[in-house]
Design a protein around this ligand. Structure first.
Ligand code: MTE
Ligand code: LUZ
Ligand code: MOS
Length: 770
């Protein structure tokens, strides 16, 4: 089934925040944000701005009736800076004017002076200074200290990954409209309508039930609107609260890039130990997460880094420690993969380093160490592993050895161009790592004409969750999909929702919908049995098995004269409820942070990708030739949507690893602040070929109709692009001293093509291998 939004999308008829018809007297907001990364506000002169054309009011921290606090996990983030600023782009004042243009012009008329304070941009420096968001955490299994003694080879190194700009096509924005009795309706481009509601209630000092947050869909979120859509929505609500007028704020691209957080950059140290058979016996990692100036979701992101620090491998002795480091950058936040990709990059770097030193392909280490069913992850959960199946299927379909030989052959006969390939296995846990967040509700109404309306907590952001939820209802009721409508996500209809995140929205909200539909169906079934038996000419003493098929009712396998419509009407006449609100939470998940052990994930998603690239060794530029994947879909309920998620995730992952380069200067100012200085993959830079084999896996799991979550895992295949480029460079320059420092931009490729390991590097390399 096609994505239900596809028709409207191509005709430009889908409704995003900016398409909501404006009410009369709507006002417009714009933020005056900090021009420096850290300092004390000395003076704030708003007189000229106040008198500027069209300006209605300027609000600051002093105008907040409730708490000036938007921190979700840790209360450490002000909505509007009061006395100090902690990052460039931190909102200080909110200007409300009669037009967008007037609001933006007035921003330029605000004059502030600051007493600058020291700026930290490097997470290692922050850690040295004790600037931590939360205490460090360590995941441990086996006994790392004794394990080193059994290792034949030990390698150490450092690996860095940079941030990533979400670049959702629709920027952050919100529109607040006052209602009677102090209520406010907030349209918000958010992945977390409840987060907006909860935080707005806190800031305004009103109960949550006064706030109706409504979201039709997002033009992309990718994690950037899990938490960070909230501030803009609350600012609009604040202005609307004071002025009793509708207030809208939709950010310009450069404002969005400057003021919002991104994927967390990480700097990490690793130590890996292998035995003679290339089994990884021990792995130690220390992660320095660049959290930015406030916690935001950093503690949860850091936690997922630890969960995924061994990727798809079984390592018997592990010690992984993570520090969430406070710097003076905009608070970094959720981004597809949520810390998982950062953790996986480090172990892949460790394996690549070991492979280099041992002069063997990394794949021979990777394959040997894939986790098997029954083996334990460092956090105590036993794997139901498809890692080997995915790898073997990849080999069978695409022939790893033959591909490598073709590349070697090409490289032997080409001077200017060199090819490289890398294999990237992925294992990603599905569930919010915070167990309590794994819950959802669905409200299903069947109307008397047989049409169906559904509301859930899921937010559609292009990933197709509404299509999947619709498919669930269509399957349970066995009615035409066109008779079902998925309604907006709204906090007055569905309360206390978790954000649409962790790839779990279709599972959680789909299962809740399944339960609601089943309950309505049970009631309909009873009526059918009471009403149809005569017409179906069946012995009344038997309990006739009931079936609804393509809108017709079958009793004991016989088609009756009853249709879905007729049955629905009969239920209504009998005063039987045609509505249901169902609740779902996955069974069996738990985690104990005091021991760092448990069973946090409902299941894992597995896959293997081969990424091949060609480097132009004269210019340093490159192409991604192909990405060949075997992906564990469980049993996909929508292959068009799921393949789209894979392709999009892969390209986004490749972008992070290759061309997307976030640059902050030492003063904490974003230099890559526009699309002219921040390059994302376009149609010319995507892989020339992406082949995805949908591996149908049969293990029982908690996925909706066994269709496994697919939103985030494919992004991590993109990590293969980094290592493929590295291998191509090494084919040209075997002595290249390539740091594990993503992204591998063409500049870095060029430098690496012509750099040499110094004598000292060589010595270090040798002394480290045991
Ligand atoms: N796909 C599109 N088109 N747009 C998005 O913003 N976000 C990704 C992924 N795929 C995203 C997307 C992220 S970060 C997540 S967590 C999942 O979708 C969330 O949706 P799901 O839980 O329904 O998979
Ligand atoms: N958000 C969250 C997430 O709050 N918890 C998670 O575990 C998670 N995982 C992936 C993406 N977003
Ligand atoms: Mo996705 S990072 O869980 O929004």
């Amino acid at each position: 089934m096609k994505n239900i939004d596809s028709y409207n999308h191509v005709r430009g008829e889908s409704i995003y925040l900016d398409d909501i018809p404006l009410q009369a007297e709507t006002l417009y907001a714009a933020v005056y944000d900090s021009p420096i990364a850290h300092g004390k506000i000395k003076t704030l002169d708003m007189s000229e701005a106040k008198n500027a054309k069209g300006v209605i009011r300027i609000l600051t921290a002093k105008d907040i009736p409730g708490e000036n606090q938007i921190g979700g996990i840790v209360p450490d983030e002000e909505l509007l800076a009061d006395t100090h600023v902690h990052f460039c782009g931190m909102p200080i004042a909110l200007i409300i004017a009669d037009s967008e243009e007037h609001a933006r012009l007035a921003v330029k008329k605000i004059k502030a002076t600051f007493e600058p304070l020291p700026v930290i941009t490097d997470p290692r420096v922050a850690k040295e200074k004790g600037e931590l968001i939360i205490p460090p955490r360590t995941f441990q299994s086996g006994n790392i200290e004794t394990a080193w003694k059994d290792c034949s080879y030990i390698f150490e190194g450092r690996a860095d990954t940079n941030g990533q700009e979400h670049l959702y096509i629709e920027t952050q924005g919100a529109y607040a409209i006052p209602q009677e009795n102090g209520a406010i309706r907030i349209y918000s481009s958010t992945q977390g309508p409840t987060a907006v509601q909860r935080t707005a209630a806190r800031v305004l000092g009103v109960p949550m039930n006064k706030l109706e947050v409504d979201t039709t869909r997002l033009g992309g979120g990718f994690g950037g609107k899990e938490d960070q859509a909230t501030a803009w929505a609350v600012l609009c609500a604040l202005a609307s609260f004071h002025l009793k007028k509708p207030v809208k704020y939709s950010l310009h691209r450069m404002d969005d890039m400057r003021m919002t957080g991104k994927r967390h950059p990480y700097s990490s140290d690793f130590k890996i130990g292998l035995n003679k058979d290339l089994k990884i016996l021990a792995y130690e990692a220390v992660f320095y997460q660049n959290a930015g100036a406030a916690a935001d979701l950093s503690p949860a992101v850091m936690e997922r880094t630890l969960f995924h620090c061994t990727n798809s491998y079984f390592v018997p002795n592990v010690k992984a420690t993570a520090y969430s480091c406070r710097t003076h950058l905009p608070p970094n936040t959720a981004f597809r993969g949520f810390g998982g990709p950062q953790g996986m990059f480090v172990i892949e770097a460790a394996i690549a380093k070991a492979a280099d030193e041992l002069k063997i392909p990394a794949s021979s280490i990777q394959e040997k160490n894939l986790i098997r069913t029954g083996e334990e992850f460092p956090y105590g959960q036993k794997a139901d592993s498809e890692a080997n199946e995915c790898w073997q299927k990849t080999d069978e379909l695409y022939q790893i050895k033959k591909l490598q030989e073709e590349i070697n052959h090409f490289n032997a006969s080409s001077d200017q161009y060199k090819k490289g390939m890398a294999i990237m296995p992925v294992c990603f846990g599905i569930s919010f790592t915070k167990t309590l967040m794994n819950q959802a509700r669905s409200l299903v109404h069947v109307y008397t004409d047989g049409s169906v309306g559904i509301s859930t907590g899921a937010v559609e952001m292009g990933q197709g969750v509404n299509t999947k939820i619709l498919q669930v209802a269509a399957r349970i009721f066995s009615i035409e999909p066109s008779r079902i409508k998925i309604n907006t996500t709204n906090t007055w209809r569905i309360a206390n929702t978790s954000p649409t995140a962790a790839s779990a929205a279709a599972d959680l909200n789909g299962k809740a919908t399944e339960i609601a539909c089943m309950q309505i169906l049970e009631r309909l079934k009873k009526i059918a049995i009471e009403e149809c038996v005569v017409t179906a000419d069946i012995d009344k003493t038997e309990i006739p098995p009931f079936e609804l098929k393509d809108e017709w009712i079958y009793i004991n396998g016989k088609k009756t004269e009853w249709t879905w419509n007729k049955l629905v009407m009969a239920a209504y006449i009998k005063r039987v409820s045609l509505s249901e609100l169902a609740h779902y939470t996955p069974p069996g998940i738990h985690f104990d942070p005091s021991k760092e052990k448990g069973h946090p994930f409902a299941y894992h998603v597995y896959g293997t990708a081969i990424v091949s690239v060609t480097v132009d060794c004269l210019r340093g530029i490159y192409e991604i030739d192909n990405v060949k994947v075997v992906h564990d879909f469980g049993k996909s309920m929508n292959t068009i949507v799921d393949l789209g998620q894979c392709e999009g995730g892969i390209v986004q992952g490749i972008g992070w690893m290759t061309m997307e380069e976030i640059v902050f200067d030492k003063d904490g100012k974003l230099r890559s602040n526009a699309l002219s200085t921040y390059k994302v993959p376009d149609i010319y830079s995507v892989p020339k070929e992406i082949t995805i084999h949908a591996l149908e896996t049969k293990r029982d799991n908690l996925a909706i109709f066994r269709s496994k979550a697919v939103g985030e895992p494919p992004l991590m295949y993109g990590i293969g692009a980094y290592f493929a480029l590295r291998n191509a460079i090494l084919a040209f320059n075997p002595n290249a001293n390539i740091k594990f420092d993503a992204p591998m931009t063409p500049e870095k490729v060029l430098l690496n093509l012509y750099n040499e390991k110094s004598d000292q590097d060589m010595e270090n390399g040798q002394s480290k291998s045991g």
